[in-house]
Ligand binder design. Structure first.
Ligand SMILES: Cc1cc2nc3c(=O)[nH]c(=O)nc-3n(C[C@H](O)[C@H](O)[C@H](O)COP(=O)(O)OP(=O)(O)OC[C@H]3O[C@@H](n4cnc5c(N)ncnc54)[C@H](O)[C@@H]3O)c2cc1C
Ligand code: FES
Length: 296
């Protein structure tokens, strides 16, 4: 027979389990099932995930989740689809560069992955109505911008010109190639460039910032959303500044090493901020002083 103390301890544990189930907290991964999978490039896959239980996550373009495959660790991955109109679905495009990302890319349909989040400050798509918007992406940087593009196109009439300037290392490394045409048909002016290509490539060869000089838009009030390697974003910002776009109207998504994703561990510090909590999207005027400091 359990004594009174054992009964109360059991009741307390039961209540704690119920409370954790009702309110799981930001450190507890939720199970998501892989419901679809597509290979985009030699090392990049897009996974469609479906939430197993609970109310659908509220996602905003530019946010990220902490995504995990059992036994390999957790990594920050931007949300590239899901949310509005596709409640309960989460889309991630992942480049296999190491243990965790390789395991995520290897996950088969039906497998369960862990998801925490969504976390982070989104792209300001609701605050830039009326503006010409330049979406500038390099490589896998198009993934964190995909949901922003879909949000802009869903309310196309609220914006001025919408331009996508996108660059990859080679034609084979470009993401979402079939969608680029669909987006163009819906009113996105798409400019694509590659660093190098064979004779079959009839498009532009060169780096992304060069596309800024060729684009036509009204610099007064234009807004730019940048995501890609930091060096690409720096040169793109210079080209935008030269064209007359002010630094408080340029936004960039930043990457730093992350562990907790919720502002507790300090791993993702950038200047006086934490990228997981205060970013990943910053205005360039916020970033400028910190980017001037060389990292050791
Ligand atoms: C906010 C945010 C959003 C991101 N969104 C995406 C996304 O949508 N798709 C995607 O494929 N990746 C994204 N990343 C990068 C992704 O988190 C890293 O590639 C991943 O953490 C690598 O983990 P790993 O265990 O597979 O590799 P590791 O074994 O940890 O590292 C393998 C290699 O990748 C490098 N690396 C590790 N972490 C990073 C990082 N954060 N940035 C750059 N290089 C890194 C290492 O130096 C090493 O060379 C994002 C990162 C952040 C911070
Ligand atoms: S990842 Fe821990 S504080 Fe940002």
């Amino acid at each position: 027979m359990p004594d009174q103390a054992e009964v109360s301890a059991g009741a307390f544990a039961g209540a704690a389990v119920e409370a954790a189930r009702a309110e799981p907290g930001p450190m507890l991964p939720a199970p998501f099932v892989v419901t679809g999978k597509r290979q985009d490039t030699s090392d990049t896959w897009t996974l469609e995930l479906r939430q197993r239980a609970g109310s659908p996550l509220e996602l905003a373009p530019g946010q990220f989740t902490m995504l995990s495959a059992f036994g390999t660790g957790e990594v920050p991955i931007s949300i590239s689809g899901g949310g509005e109109g596709e409640e309960g679905t989460l889309v991630h495009t992942v480049r296999a560069v190491g243990l965790a990302t390789q395991a995520i890319c290897d996950a088969a349909v039906g497998e369960v992955l862990g998801v925490r989040g969504p976390f982070g400050r989104p792209w300001p798509v609701d605050q830039i109505e009326g503006a010409d918007v330049l979406v500038v992406a390099g490589g896998i940087g198009l993934a964190p911008l995909r949901l922003a593009i879909l949000a802009l196109l869903a309310r196309r009439e609220r914006y001025g010109r919408l331009l996508l300037l996108y660059g990859g290392r080679s034609p084979e490394q470009l993401l979402y190639t079939s969608e680029l045409e669909q987006w163009a048909a819906r009113g996105l002016e798409v400019g694509v460039t590659v660093d190098s290509a064979g004779p079959e490539w009839l498009g532009h060869v060169g780096v992304v910032p060069q596309l800024v000089g060729r684009a036509s838009f009204d610099p007064d009030g234009a807004v730019a959303l940048l995501c890609g390697p930091e060096v690409m974003m720096r040169f793109t910002f210079s080209a935008l500044a030269q064209a007359g776009v002010s630094s408080d109207r340029v936004y960039a998504s930043m990457e730093r090493n992350m562990q907790c994703g919720i502002g507790h561990c300090g791993h993702c510090q950038l200047g006086p901020t934490l990228v997981c909590r205060d970013g990943p999207v910053y205005s360039w005027s916020e970033l400028e002083p910190w980017l001037a400091i060389r990292e050791l």
